[in-house]
Ligand binder design. Structure first.
Ligand code: UDP
Length: 238
C-alpha cells in the first residue's frame, strides 16, 4: 500500500487527551490509542510531526476573568503544551516509536530547541517529531503553531484530529439535519463562517496552500484510513 501522504503534521487538541467529564488532565487509554494510531502510519514509512494543544491543562484567558495578564497566561499555556508533548513522547517510546520533542521555548533538560532543519532531519530518519510550546509567542494558538510548523517542514497536509468526523453544515451535536462536507474550499469555509481553526491559523494555511483534513481521531484506525486515502473526514483545500 502506497500512503497518500509522505509527511504529515498531526494537530491534536489538549482537551482530547482527557476523558470527558474527568478532572484528570490525561486519560492514558486515549494517549495509548493515539500512540498506536501514530505507530500504524510510521510503520508505513509516513513521516509524522505532532502538535498538541493545552486545553486539558491550561488555556490563556482574558485578564478580567483570571487576574493573570494575557501574555503571562499565554506563556503558561505554551508550557502546558510541552507537558502534553512529553506525555505523548513517553507513550510513543513505550511502544517502540523513536521520537524527538522540540520546543519553541528553551528548556534544554526536557526538549531540543526548535531547529527547522534538524526537525526535517529527524523526520527523514523516521522519528516522530513533537513540536512543543506553540509558536513560542503569546497571542497565538497551537493551531497557528501547527500550521506554521507544517508549512516550515513542507508537510503534505495538516491532519486535524477532533471528536467529530469532519466539517458539517452546522454543529452535528446540536442540529440533527447537519450534513458533512467531503471537500470544501478555504473560501467557502470563510463565507459559511465554519470555524475550523482560528483565522490566523486558517489564513496561514490558505496563503500557503496547505491542505487540512478534519477527522475523528478518537476512532481507532482512522488516522491510518486517512493516510490510505479512504474517504474519512473533510478535506479543506483550494
Ligand atoms: N499559546 C500561545 N502561543 C502559541 C500557542 C499556544 O500563547 O503559539 C497558549 C495560549 O494561551 C493557548 C494555550 O497556549 O490558549 C493552549 O493552546 P490552545 O488553546 O491552542 O490549545 P487547544 O485548544 O488546542 O487545546
Amino acid at each position: 500500500m502506497l500512503p497518500r501522504y509522505k509527511r504529515i503534521l498531526l494537530k491534536l487538541s489538549g482537551e482530547s487527551l482527557k476523558a470527558e467529564n474527568s478532572t484528570e488532565p490525561f486519560d492514558p487509554k486515549i494517549i495509548e490509542q493515539y500512540a498506536n494510531d501514530i505507530k500504524s502510519i510510521t510503520d508505513l514509512g509516513v513521516q509524522v510531526a505532532v502538535v498538541i494543544g493545552a486545553g486539558n491543562i491550561y488555556r490563556g484567558m482574558n485578564e478580567a476573568e483570571s487576574g493573570i495578564e494575557r501574555a503571562h497566561g499565554d506563556y503558561m499555556g505554551m508550557l502546558a503544551t510541552v507537558i502534553n508533548g512529553m506525555a505523548m513522547q513517553a507513550m510513543l517510546e513505550k511502544i517502540g516509536v523513536y521520537t524527538r520533542l522540540q520546543s519553541a521555548l528553551q528548556m534544554d533538560q526536557v526538549a531540543e530547541p526548535y531547529i527547522r532543519r534538524r526537525a526535517i532531519r529527524h523526520l527523514e530518519k523516521n522519528r516522530v517529531v513533537i513540536f512543543g510550546a506553540g509558536t513560542g509567542n503569546p497571542y497565538f494558538t497551537t493551531d497557528t503553531g501547527g500550521s506554521l510548523r507544517a508549512i516550515e517542514i513542507k508537510a503534505d497536509v495538516i491532519l486535524k484530529g477532533t471528536r467529530v468526523d469532519g466539517i458539517y453544515t452546522a454543529d452535528p451535536e446540536k442540529d440533527p439535519t447537519a450534513t458533512k462536507f467531503e471537500r470544501i474550499s478555504y473560501r467557502e469555509c470563510v463565507s459559511k463562517n465554519l470555524k475550523i481553526m482560528d483565522m490566523t491559523a486558517f489564513t496561514l494555511c490558505e496563503e500557503n496552500k496547505m491542505p487540512i483534513i478534519v477527522f475523528d481521531m478518537n476512532k481507532p484506525g482512522n488516522l491510518r484510513r486517512v493516510i490510505e486515502g479512504l474517504n474519512v473526514g473533510t478535506l479543506v483545500s483550494e
